[in-house]
Structure formats: C-alpha cells, structure tokens
Design a protein around this ligand. Structure first.
Ligand code: ADP
Ligand code: MG
Length: 348
C-alpha cells in the first residue's frame, strides 16, 4: 500500500481526472483551488479552498502532501517557487513561468529553431498601426488566456476601434494561419531521454474552443514524425517532469507550426483514458510522484467530443450509451455557455 499523497493546484476537470488516476495507483490527492465549488472536490480525497497567493493556506496545503503539481498554468510563480522549497513541484516552477507568458513561450520555441506563427508584442493601440501585414490576425493577451478568452480576431486595421480592446493589458499580435488542420502531441517525460509519447491527435475547434479530437490524425508520415520530434525536443530542453502537450497548426502547404505548449495534461488527451493502457493522467501522476515508467500501448482508435454548455443536458438525461462509448460529467455546479461541462469518448 503506497503512502503517497499528491497535492494538485487547481480544481477543474483536469484535477478531477488526475485524482481518479491517482486513486487507481493508491495515491491520495489534495486539491487546492480558489473556487469553493471546484468540480475536483467531487473526486479528490481532500479539498482546500484558498487564494493562490494566500501564504498560510498554501503552507497548510504543502504540509498535507508529499509531491505537488498543478492542473492549470495561471498560478503565481511566487507561490510555486515557495512551495518548491518545501516539497518537489513538478513540472518545475520556472517552466510554468516561461509558458504562462505567450511572448516568452514563443521566443523560447523560436530559439530552438522550431516554427511558430509570426508574432509581435503589443503594449498600446498605436503599435498596431504600422502592422498591416499582420492582418488578418489574432490579438491575444500575453497571460491568463484560455479557451479563446482574451483573444480578438482582427480582419483589418479599421476594425480595431470598434473592438473595445482593453489596452491596460499586454498582447501579442499573431498573423492568422490558413489552417488545414490542428493537431496536438501529448508526452510524459520521466527524466533524461525517458518519456512516453502518444501519437498525434487531430483537433477541431469551434469559436477557439476545442470541440473534437481523434486518433489517428489524418496527416502525412512526415508530419506525424516531425510533431513528435518537436514535442520530445521541447520537453528535453525544459527538463520537464510530467505530462505536457504541444498544440500545432498545419497550413495548406503542410507546414507545421507550434501554436502553444501546455505544461499540464490537456483536453485533447482525454481520449487516452480509453484508448491506451495508460492515460495521460496516470502517466502524469507516475512521473511527478517518481513511480515506475511503463511503456504505453494504443489499444483502440478513438474520438472525443467536448460537451459544451447545455449540450451536457441530453447526456445527463439519457444515458443510453453503446459499449464503446464513455461519458464523463465534470459535475460543474452551473451550466454556462462556452463552458466545458463534460466529454464523450468513442473507441473504435
Ligand atoms: P488558448 O490558449 O485559448 O487555447 P490558442 O492560442 O490555442 O488559445 O487559440 C485557440 C484556437 O484559436 C486555436 O486552437 C486555433 O483554432 C485558433 N487560432 C489561434 N491563433 C491562431 C492563428 N494565429 N491562426 C489561426 N488560428 C488561430
Ligand atoms: Mg490552445
């Protein structure tokens, strides 16, 4: 019987699924969240409610656990750094600091000579004016964005005044890529050149929110290999411990671009729960708690649909699923538009 307790910062569905995976390994979980109604409350062993900068509460949290990880990026670096002095935090705090800032993240990727979209740092409205060749583009807040939040698609310069952009924040402007496809690669790194990598996943977004994921991705062998290689290179460079996801764009000429890196388990990897012998969640728990690395094996092809907002209702009412279908309800208290409420995975 293991005596390990894993502390997880963040209480969303990713925290829930990490808790479920940990339980399977006899590892207890303590979730820390600034949302009193965080869905992971329903799945963890112990729940702590507090602000992410509340030093006393954070100290109480660290006393209850052996290892610490996080399920979303937007946790203050100082908090992670303080915690890391008391218990091992994985992935390490500096990784989070780098990736939670879109500009630093993109600079890092470019230094590795890996391709990103063209981008430029924007601190005020005036800086947009000479940038007509970046349009159509997307203006994104440098920090705190997710699921398309803090993003403004802009077709042309004259549109800007009508958009009411809050310039008290910093942005990057990215040129819009003419997308053929989006894919992602999920990798769990255990140590130097020790990793388990899942095959590329093909993703479809609606309103900048992930809607649908499937394996196998319908891509060339070259892109299949290249996307995996880049993910390995990034995780080695970061000396990453745990599960990480690289999101990619593929343009109409089959060029691969890194869109962003998620230093955590990822929505597109939910299908690994049913399609692989070991899910992205179990692998994350294994890596951050220093457990054994086991080779992963794909058992099935699969596809996953996110249930957004009121789409969850039909599934809650009518649970007539086929044997190859798996419904996940995140048990969020309130149904909100554009909110991920659950997902459905079908194995093939
Ligand atoms: P988030 O942090 O909200 O996931 P992303 O930068 O991944 O933000 O953007 C969300 C989605 O918006 C992408 O998956 C893609 O579908 C679309 N998108 C974002 N940036 C671009 C771009 N430069 N060109 C084309 N599509 C984009
Ligand atoms: Mg994204």
């Amino acid at each position: 019987m293991s005596e390990i307790t894993l502390g997880i910062l963040g209480g969303g569905q990713l925290g829930s699924m990490l808790s479920v995976a940990a339980k399977k390994l006899n590892i207890k979980t303590v979730i820390y969240s600034d949302d009193e109604d965080a869905p992971a409350k329903n799945f963890c062993d112990h729940f702590l409610f507090g602000k992410y900068n509340d030093k006393n509460k954070i100290f109480e949290f660290s006393n209850k656990v052996n290892f610490i990880t996080f399920e979303f990026e937007n946790i203050p670096y100082e908090t992670l750094n303080d915690l890391n002095k008391l218990k091992i935090v994985s992935p390490k705090p500096s990784v989070n600091r780098l990736i939670q800032h879109r500009l630093a993240e993109k600079d890092f990727v470019n230094k590795l000579n890996l391709r990103t979209t063209r981008y430029v740092h924007i601190e005020n409205k005036k800086e947009l004016e000479p940038l007509s060749d970046f349009f159509p583009g997307i203006l994104k807040t440098t920090t705190m964005g997710y699921d398309g939040k803090g993003q403004y698609p802009i077709k042309s310069l004259d549109q800007i005044s009508s958009l009411n952009i809050d310039f008290s924040k910093e942005y990057i402007l990215e040129k819009l890529v003419k997308l053929k496809k989006e894919i992602s690669v999920v990798i769990t790194r255990f140590g130097n050149n020790k990793y388990e990598i899942y095959e590329p996943i093909e993703n479809t977004h609606e309103d900048q929110i992930l809607k649908h994921s499937k394996i196998p991705a319908d891509i060339s062998k070259k892109l299949f290999d290249q996307s995996k290689e880049w993910a390995i290179q990034i995780s080695e460079e970061l000396k990453y411990i745990g599960t990480l996801c690289v999101e990619y764009f593929i343009d109409r000429n089959d060029n691969l671009y890194i869109n962003e890196i998620a230093p955590r388990v990822h929505n597109s990897g939910h299908l690994t729960i049913n399609a692989y012998n070991i899910s992205q969640f179990e692998n994350h728990v294994r890596a951050v708690c220093g457990l054994q690395q086991i080779p992963i094996k794909k058992l099935y092809n699969a596809e996953m649909i996110n249930l957004i907002g009121s789409q969850i209702n039909d599934y809650r009412k009518n649970l007539q699923l086929n044997k190859n279908q798996f419904f996940f309800d995140y048990l969020k208290k309130e149904i909100k538009e554009k909110r991920k409420m659950g997902h459905l995975t079908t194995i093939k």
